[in-house]
Ligand binder design. Structure first.
Ligand SMILES: [Zn+2]
Length: 283
């Protein structure tokens, strides 16, 4: 009732009328979907008492997560949530088991960067997408981009006034996933072409900010090994080596690790091949 000083939370402290109003309004459930937010109970906003004791309404931080889900749907990548779940990554050999163990460890404590480089078709993108989705489910807003498309888009914008704010969307993303990092158009014979100085500069502009903010999880999948990136550009490669040192997967360039070409054994079928040794290294 208005004017009545309400008693009190379970710890015995007195609760003011305004505090009680605030608590009761925050307890009301909302109807937003995609993510179950314990803060706003899916309303998208929360009530707080400001410095003068007035009840004010603020946006809840889950709106960023909901925006990530919206982008995921808009980009047509929503089916990825099922197909690329970590649970769908099959640990068929020692290499895949170690890749998966790193992914689970990173999801548990997403500090620094996660880098998976090397053999095409070895499951690097699946692994990084699976991690990104887990972090999204934990309530961390995500920006996932295909490097080649995003780099082309940003380079076109470079002289326009909106360039910095577009760059900031990647730099400041609570979780950033760069897929096929530094991928370029191959030669006619299918060989890889080194990224241009423009690509490397752009990568540096984005990653330098995140290097200075290691609390922002950054996931990178690339057909380049970390050592190759180091040879391309020492500053860029050095930052990757340093920040991803706990989760740096370099998968040897071997056709047998291309799961698209060498099909995996049937699930529940014959015994898995155990010939694949852990040839990849974790620096
Ligand atoms: Zn919320």
């Amino acid at each position: 009732m208005p004017g009545v000083q309400a008693l009190c939370s379970c710890d015995g402290a007195k609760e003011s009328y305004e505090e009680r109003q605030c608590r009761l309004m925050n307890e009301l459930p909302g109807h937003l979907t995609d993510y179950d937010c314990p803060l706003c109970r899916n309303k998208g906003y929360i009530y707080v008492l400001n410095e003068t004791g007035e009840l004010v309404c603020r946006k809840c931080r889950c709106l960023g997560v909901r925006e990530s889900y919206r982008r995921l749907r808009q980009s047509g990548l929503a089916p990825m949530e099922q197909a690329y779940a970590l649970e769908k990554f099959r640990p068929v050999d020692e290499l895949a088991r170690r890749m998966l163990a790193h992914a689970h460890a990173y999801v548990k404590a997403p500090r620094g960067w996660f880098f998976a480089g090397g053999q095409s078709g070895s499951g690097k993108s699946h692994l990084c997408a699976g991690i990104a989705l887990k972090l999204l489910q934990q309530g961390k807003a995500l920006r996932a981009v295909l490097w080649r498309d995003e780099a082309a888009r940003l380079k076109e914008l470079q002289c326009s006034p909106g360039y910095t704010s577009e760059l900031d969307r990647l730099r400041h993303a609570p979780v950033l996933y760069l897929d096929d990092f530094l991928k370029t158009q191959g030669t006619d014979r299918g060989a890889r072409r080194a990224p241009t100085a423009g690509d490397v500069n752009l990568a540096y502009e984005i990653l330098e900010y995140r290097y200075m903010h290691p609390e922002l999880p950054t996931l990178i999948s690339s057909e380049w090994h970390s050592g190759e990136i180091l040879s391309l550009d020492e500053a860029l490669g050095g930052r990757i080596l340093e920040r991803a040192r706990d989760h740096l997967l370099n998968i040897p360039s071997k056709a047998e690790y291309n799961r698209r070409v060498c099909p995996l054994p049937e699930e529940g079928g014959r015994e898995e091949k155990k010939t694949h040794k852990a040839l990849f290294f974790i620096a």
